[in-house]
Ligand binder design. Structure first.
Ligand SMILES: *[C@@H]1O[C@H](CO)[C@@H](O)[C@H](O)[C@H]1NC(C)=O
Ligand SMILES: *[C@@H]1O[C@H](CO)[C@@H](O)[C@H](O)[C@H]1NC(C)=O
Ligand SMILES: *[C@@H]1O[C@H](CO)[C@@H](O)[C@H](O)[C@H]1NC(C)=O
Ligand SMILES: *[C@@H]1O[C@H](CO)[C@@H](O)[C@H](O)[C@H]1NC(C)=O
Ligand SMILES: *[C@@H]1O[C@H](CO)[C@@H](O)[C@H](O)[C@H]1NC(C)=O
Ligand SMILES: *[C@@H]1O[C@H](CO)[C@@H](O)[C@H](O)[C@H]1NC(C)=O
Length: 535
């Protein structure tokens, strides 16, 4: 079935209605449910994932994305179609915080559609193979929060999507949990409306229970506000038990924050008839707050409800099946006033049954700390050294003794985080070179590294810098308790935006290479490494 809609007509209608419209009532969280703030009616997500050409799971090699909420013509074209699907929430994987979102957000509000926004983007996300929570990511995340927090129809943010996906990379979750902690703190610090920060997990049988527990255990300042579940286990005419929805529902029946399907709609059997919808919004609605169908746009992966070409939209067979299913559901829920939450936070998983993630979290990124540290150094990497050579330099210098690089490590398995593990690659490499040179009593030949290092004068430090660097300690292993300050959190938005491509391309692989080399040098080659360096 195909239907064509004129974007111009749709846009005229949407803009006309916006003149009269007010901001929507925010959605608030109480216990494990969402509610409209004003009247306390329970809110169930009838959602559709809405973004073309993006993978939000940190594995994409593509570094470009298009922001659907910066495209008013696209919003005007699609919102009427989304309304035909009873959509009250969209999920967008990557917005561009430098763009204007006001028109799309207005149109969404006028149609009572809420937004769940992921905070990362393909080239700025926590990578399961070399996880980090650093100044650059902090800057990206806070800039998205800043761009969206003013809209009352923002339901929440995802601090990560499907980052850990196997027992051998659960350590990446510590970095995501640190991101959750810091974004919750940032929203408070900026006096924004309370907006929840959650995580969207994949449905990996080996780790799913522990993942859900890990993110909702321990100090409440660090835990997720809601849990998103990307689940594709109900295919074709499956059933409550065959799909495993029954066991998942059992597992989450004691969960203390809202849980919903952050992506669903298996396409192994086509067309998709969405026979799970009546169950999800039926008796599963005692535990789940609805779900977000993956996805609006038809792409190579074949999950589209519609196919879009220019200003025209063609409805695909899945559209009508989902449309009829979602039209029949009427989850009733409870009113906030008569709901007394009884579930409590989960117990933390133990290392023995899910891979080793120790309980300390990575420190809060603090760009000011990093530049103060850099300014205090007398031995740094030469600006002529290509970032592609950083990896081997990390290998050399970290091989000269474990203490040299303790201040820049970030290891969620040991729970050891140097104060400068969040800094950029240039700052980290300079810190390590300087540590080594200082240990050689600043003998000039110690700051050379085959011509890659050079001495510089220490910049004069203000009291704030002195305080930060002294908390970090000489070895960089101290705990810095001062919160990051300044616009956009830890750093200037404009600078970080303009440098993001290059910084990401070099800093993470370079650092990881250095850390991998560390082990090798420490066990055998430290002396030969030292000899080579000092020749
Ligand atoms: C509560 O408010 C929401 C949105 O403002 C509305 O959709 C809902 O119908 C209201 N609930 C009741 C019981 O009136
Ligand atoms: C990442 O997402 C894309 C698009 O959904 C998918 O094709 C790919 O398999 C995912 N990769 C991983 C490692 O999950
Ligand atoms: C992690 O485990 C998965 C299987 O669960 C395996 O495919 C992958 O190669 C492992 N990765 C590493 C780095 O060992
Ligand atoms: C939902 O209904 C199914 C069968 O219709 C039943 O097996 C299941 O226990 C119910 N689940 C809940 C959460 O009530
Ligand atoms: C890395 O840090 C140095 C020193 O603080 C700074 O000059 C440089 O601009 C930073 N690089 C990036 C890509 O942010
Ligand atoms: C963390 O430290 C452990 C123990 O020294 C080591 O086995 C592991 O490879 C380290 N992980 C990373 C990501 O460096």
């Amino acid at each position: 079935m195909k239907t064509f809609v004129s974007a111009a007509i749709a846009a005229a209608g949407l803009f006309a209605s916006s003149v009269l419209a007010a901001d929507v009532d925010p959605i608030v969280i109480k216990g494990s449910k969402f509610f409209y703030k004003t009247n306390g009616t329970q809110f169930f997500i009838k959602g559709v994932a809405y973004q073309q050409d993006v993978t939000g799971n940190g594995s994409s090699s593509s570094t470009t994305y298009s922001d659907p909420l910066a495209d008013p013509a696209g919003c005007a074209r699609d919102i009427p179609i989304l309304k035909q699907l009873q959509t009250n929430t969209i999920r967008v994987y990557a917005i561009d915080p430098t763009k204007d979102h006001s028109q799309c957000m207005r149109m969404l509000q006028d149609n009572n559609i809420y937004l769940v926004a992921d905070l990362s983007e393909p080239s700025n996300s926590i990578n399961r193979n070399s996880p980090a929570w650093n100044d650059q990511l902090y800057n990206r995340y806070t800039s998205v929060v800043d761009a969206l927090a003013g809209y009352t129809n923002v339901l929440g943010f995802f601090a990560g999507n499907e980052v850990a996906n196997a027992p051998n990379n659960t350590d990446a979750s510590a970095f995501v949990k640190a991101a959750v902690r810091d974004m919750k703190a940032y929203i408070k610090q900026k006096n924004y409306r309370t907006i929840g920060v959650g995580y969207a997990t994949n449905d990996d049988a080996d780790i799913r229970v522990n993942m859900a527990n890990y993110f909702n255990c321990g100090d409440a300042a660090n835990t997720i506000d809601f849990w998103g579940y990307n689940i594709y286990s109900w295919c074709g005419d499956s059933s409550y038990s065959t799909s495993g929805y029954d066991v998942r529902t059992q597992e989450f029946s004691k969960y203390s924050v809202p849980v919903f399907f952050a992506e669903y709609g298996c396409n192994k059997v086509q067309p998709r008839k969405f026979s799970d919808v009546p169950t999800l919004f039926g008796n599963m609605s005692q535990v789940w707050s609805g779900g977000i169908v993956y996805m609006y746009f038809q792409e190579a992966n074949n999950y589209g409800l519609v196919s879009v070409s220019g200003s025209s939209v063609s409805k695909l067979p899945d559209f009508s099946y989902y449309s009829s299913q979602i039209a029949t559901v009427t989850p009733s829920g409870v009113n906030s006033a008569s709901y007394s939450p009884s579930n409590t936070a989960q117990a933390c998983p133990t290392a023995s049954d899910w891979g080793a993630v120790s309980s300390p979290l990575p420190p809060t990124p603090n760009q000011q700390l990093c530049s103060c540290m850099y300014d205090s150094l007398t031995c740094v990497v030469k600006s002529s050294v290509s970032p592609s050579d950083y990896g081997s330099l990390f290998g050399q210098v970290c091989g000269l003794g474990a203490a040299v690089c303790a201040g820049i490590q970030a290891n969620a398995t040991t729970g050891k985080y140097g104060a400068y593990g969040m800094c950029n690659a240039t700052e980290q490499l300079a810190f390590a070179l300087n540590q080594y040179a200082a240990g050689q009593k600043n003998n000039p030949s110690a700051c050379d590294f085959g011509g890659s290092a050079t001495t510089k004068a220490t910049a004069s430090a203000n009291a704030n810098c002195k305080g930060l660097v002294s908390q970090a300690g000489t070895a960089g292993t101290g705990t810095v308790t001062s919160a990051p300050t300044g616009a956009g959190g830890s750093g200037g938005g404009a600078a970080a935006t303009s440098s993001k491509g290059a910084a990401h391309a070099v800093s993470v692989p370079g650092f990881e290479f250095g850390m991998l080399q560390l082990g090798v040098y420490v066990v055998g080659a430290a002396l030969s490494g030292a000899a080579m360096v000092l020749l």
